[in-house]
Write a protein of this length. Structure first.
Length: 117
């Protein structure tokens, strides 16, 4: 092989490597987005179930202690379901999350990244 052929071979290899790298990054980006969506789904489900279980548990314990079966369990079931739905709403909309959870320009309602409207 002559020295004249080497630069074109290396340029072709470089182009193929860059193309393969871009395909790999695109595949990783799709995988990351899917993982974030699954994480949010698990969190939302946990918030809802935990609210209902805590409400039913408190209602059941109070019913046993006060002898008011099943009224307090029904009341606390409704309160727990409401709290769970409110938790899901807060999670989905991002209300009450700490700094860094959302980009600063979206979290404070500003359009630009320079801190000015």
């Amino acid at each position: 092989m002559s020295d004249k052929d080497r630069p074109s071979d290396l340029a072709g290899l470089d182009a193929r490597l860059k193309e393969a790298e871009s395909r790999r990054r695109a595949a990783e980006g799709a995988r990351d987005a899917q993982g974030q969506g699954m994480g949010l789904a698990v969190r939302v489900g946990t918030e809802l179930v935990a609210g209902v279980l805590v409400g039913v548990g408190i209602g059941w314990l109070l019913d046993r202690w006060l002898g008011t079966k099943p009224w307090l369990m029904i009341v606390f079931f409704l309160l727990g379901a409401t709290a769970g739905l409110f938790g899901v709403y807060r999670t989905v909309t991002g209300i009450g999350h700490g700094v860094g959870y959302k980009p600063a320009d979206k979290a404070n309602g500003r359009g630009g990244t320079d801190g000015k409207n």
